[in-house]
Design a protein around this ligand. Structure first.
Ligand SMILES: [Zn+2]
Ligand SMILES: [Zn+2]
Length: 418
């Protein structure tokens, strides 16, 4: 079995690994880099591929997949509702950045015609290559991929979370004997705070804002995080209005049809029932006048309806802006956190509202990654990807020093035989 690393090498973004077994070749993810400019993984031709596995819908894993469907059929496997989420995210991506992308809407639709959803845990056979998709606990439908061929077993973690959240069960770690693992390393140098304490603090801060007559704006990624926030509020019996806007609503609707994949279906339904859906500008204007929580997509405060909300909410100190994801340095969200300033209509303005950040991570932390690698046995080869350079390198050197295993932080284009 040969691994060829095409992206996410010592960086977060453009995840892509090719796996060769005899004459067959499959691909694990084919995403884009989403920094100031859009970056792509190393090129691979669809005619050299037999199948693609998609770990989850996030664009850093899925964003370049439609390129394979310009004129060819290529089977694509994942777990529901990954493909519906992917369609939603790529449609939005085409709308915002289509000019920079080498494919069009029709190619996305061709991709949708070639995808097959496989349930978690079910083994399936692709002419000599056996595969199994395991819950990754990262976003709904996210999976880890286990590939078995020629007597070798490979695990690709994708993005995974070994701690349960209010919407998702913890990643399945029942791997059996593994010969090689390709693991994400997003938080290889940091541990996350205790989840329940984060939830409690978030809910009580949100209540405080509402009780003093303010609005708490929660800019959150539309797929996954928005639904988690609504569910956290419901789980802690938050008694004030919760509005939801934009793509978060489309994602919620998709998830309603796949709620059996969630940890607690009833709790999710309770959260959705409690949420007030925003469907236009009148609703938006009404929401900012109502003491409430507003969950609106735009995780890093780049674009979307969150811009309108910021303009309305930033100027009053009884309001709050609660960031619930990591803010990439240089994005408006990180500037807001550091300087309490925000660009409104082309001018940098001081933000009077309370600004806070809460660590609602969907990735395991340092000790979780180390614990997972420690359980894989003595013969496994480790490849660290999907992390800043220091994180990928640190996790690989920890595995080689502490566990005595062969471990690498691959560079783009590097090949390894296992
Ligand atoms: Zn992800
Ligand atoms: Zn990712």
């Amino acid at each position: 079995m040969r691994l060829i690393f095409l992206g996410a090498c010592r960086e977060v973004g453009r995840s892509a690994v090719a796996v060769e077994v005899g004459l067959r070749r499959c691909l694990l993810d084919y995403g884009v880099m989403m920094n100031d400019s859009i970056g792509f993984p190393t090129h691979i031709s669809p005619k050299d591929l037999d199948a693609v596995f998609l770990s989850h819908a996030h664009l850093d894993h899925s964003g370049l997949l439609p390129l394979f469907y310009l004129r060819r059929r290529l089977p694509l496997y994942g777990v529901a509702p990954t493909f519906e989420f992917t369609r939603l995210l790529i449609k939005d991506f085409l709308h915002l950045s289509g000019y920079f992308l080498p494919y069009e809407y029709v190619d996305l639709e061709a991709m949708m015609e070639n995808c097959t959803s496989i349930p978690y845990g079910k083994e399936f056979d692709l002419a000599g290559v056996k595969a199994r998709l395991l819950n990754a606990g990262h976003i709904p439908g996210s999976c880890q991929v286990l590939i078995e061929a020629e007597g070798k077993r490979l695990l690709y973690t994708g993005d995974f979370n070994t701690n349960g959240t209010k919407t998702l069960a913890a990643a399945d770690q029942d791997y059996g004997d593994i010969d090689a693992v390709i693991t994400e390393s997003t938080y290889a140098t940091t541990d996350h705070p205790d989840r329940l304490s984060v939830e409690r603090e978030f809910v009580s801060e949100a209540a405080e804002v509402v009780e003093r007559g303010g609005v708490a704006l929660v800019p959150a990624f539309g797929v996954g995080r928005s639904q988690e926030i609504a569910t956290v509020l419901a789980a802690h019996n938050f008694k004030y209005p919760v509005f939801m806007d934009g793509m978060a609503l489309d994602a919620t609707e998709i998830l309603m049809n796949h709620s059996s994949s969630l940890r607690d279906e009833d709790l999710f339904r309770k959260a959705v029932k409690k949420t007030i859906w925003i469907s236009g500008w009148n609703d938006r204007r009404r929401a900012v006048r109502t003491p409430s929580v507003i969950v609106s997509p735009a995780g890093m405060l780049k674009g979307g309806a969150a811009m309108f909300y910021m303009e309305q909410i930033a100027k009053k100190k009884e309001n709050g802006v609660f960031l619930v994801s990591f803010q990439i340095p240089g994005t408006p969200g990180s500037v807001l956190l550091e300087k309490k300033r925000f660009m409104i209509q082309g001018r940098s303005r001081k933000v009077e509202a309370e600004v806070k950040q809460f660590d609602f991570t969907s990735h395991g932390g340092r000790s979780d990654l180390e614990a997972m690698l420690s359980k894989l046995g003595r013969k496994v080869k480790i490849f660290t990807v999907h992390g800043e350079e220091t994180n990928c390198v640190r996790l690989a050197s920890w595995a080689s020093k502490e566990l005595g295993l062969e471990a690498y932080a691959p560079r783009p284009g590097e090949k390894f035989d296992i």
